[in-house]
Design a protein around this ligand. Sequence first.
Ligand code: UPG
Length: 603
Amino acid sequence: SAVPDGLTGRSKELADLLVSLGQEHLLDGYTPEKGKTFFEQIGTLESSYPGGIKAYIESAKELLAASARGDNPLEGWVPSVPNGEALEFGSDAWCENEAIGAVEAKRCAFVLVAGGLGERLGYSRIKVELPTETVTGTAYLDYYVQTILAIQKATKSRPLPLAIMVSGDTETMTKEMLAANNNFGAAPGQITLLKQEKVAALADNDARIAVDDDGAPITKPHGHGDVHVLLHSSGLVRKWANMGIDWVYFFQDTNALGFRPLYATLGVSKKLGLHCNFLTVPRFPGQAVGGIAKLDNAAEGKSMVINVEYNQLDPLLRSTVSPSGDVAGPDGVHSPYPGNINSFVLACKPYASTLDKTKGVMGEFVNPKYADATKTKFKKPARLECMMQDYPKVLPAEELVGFTSVANWIAFSPCKNATADAVGKTPPACALSAEADQYFHCAEMLRLRGCAVSKMTSAETWDGITSDILSPSIVLAPSVAVSYTDLKTKFPAPDFVTISAASTLVLSGDVTVRSLNLDGGLVIKGTKNAKITVLECLVKNSGFKRVEAPDDAPESTRIRGYETVKGDDVPVLDLVGPGLFFVTTDPVTKQLTTTRKPDCSLS
Ligand code: UPG
């Protein structure tokens, strides 16, 4: 037998298992010195995958055979453009849905998938520590927690749970970041980390597990679909359902805009009784964003609304309804298929029941890169993968799956591509474009509100990426407003708000802007129940400037090419409550003054 002598207990069991599965080559280089680590690795592979290594190998053999045959995984399915709820930002329909969602939001839990390292971005650390923009430097993870805390405050709810899926690649850095920042103000126990384990990489069509030079099994990430297994095996979704949570909002690691449509999306879920509601944006042909499609299978009499991943959309369209493939639709610009941004809302109780039945297991796929036409050898080891947005595939036909479509500028601008690769891409989806889109997002909301917010007259280029929306650089922290309805109350008299194109405005906390004329920079931050009113403010100064990043700048700065520097004359007001604060320009001295009064509503 290939089982080394002298093994006992769990090690012996695992060795026997490997032999029974045709994986005895893993035991070839076995030495007692390597034994403990080796069997720990095998043990993790066995315990972390539903059904263990046996189930993984069986699934792999089937998928590898289908791939070698060239089977089309979507054979028999014909796509068409589905109907969804299209919402125009700020419209009556938008605000009606926000009103419904504002009630629902107090029973919402959040799931961030952050197990990926982001190979396309070429950043060596975790993506959630990247700054969302360079005026405040707020990291993505900080921004997400701030948003959840702001929703909690606005809806007067108890701590809303956040689960973060991490992996061996991201766990330590994510934990360190949370610990160093006191969980960004989240309550003890509010944030739960779930760790996804990697799966075995496979060397050939017989699904023999690949080994490295030391004889250890090579492992690779299994994809974001693992989140459902973990939410089941941890008991978290069941616990949430039992504590009265009605909705679970899933989102990805680098999209700070994704929460703006949350209330409206929850409103749609509630109104239409959706088990699953995808948030979508218009998709560009060829964009690395999946398309939501209605798929019909006449032979099986089945139909579903589902994401077709970006690498599958073109071949599917070509082989069915559109010989020209993934091209623009009627508007001549966008794909007719709504773009999946992997932000979606599941109804918590039906989700918990589904997990009880499926254990969270998602369909898998394999994408081997073959060395030659015989399709017997791989260029590098392949592994099975799964995707979180495939969830509706496990639902029975009567469960309602729909989508809410909104404009790109409201909901989606991730940081995924290295700057050099982003040059020429539409959209670039790099650090600069994500930052610029966030400033634009805030500026445009204020314009829609009726404020006079000027636009840049000429573009800026950094490391080959050109943008004409980097200024004015407006940052409205989640604590100012999550929904558009809330934002309107914070700018009650838009006729009296003017912001020049060269300006930078940062607001954070409970700030109401009644009248402001800004040409330069202004930073107002309120904490601890400071209620701030900006009234008759006339601010003119040198503002903020973007300058070339120095060579010794941190990696997160170098990947965008510039840094943002505050002018010495820019006022920064850090107002700590409790109290009512009035920020005004003194008519005589022309200086910015702050007066403070006690907040009687608190006593
Ligand atoms: N992730 C994990 N574990 C993994 C792999 C990824 O947690 O094993 C996370 C990752 O950190 C990120 C998210 O999953 O938060 C998505 O990963 P990413 O590489 O950014 O996904 P993409 O290939 O860009 O595609 C996803 C969806 C696609 C959608 C697109 C929108 O699969 O349908 O259009 O995101 O940005």
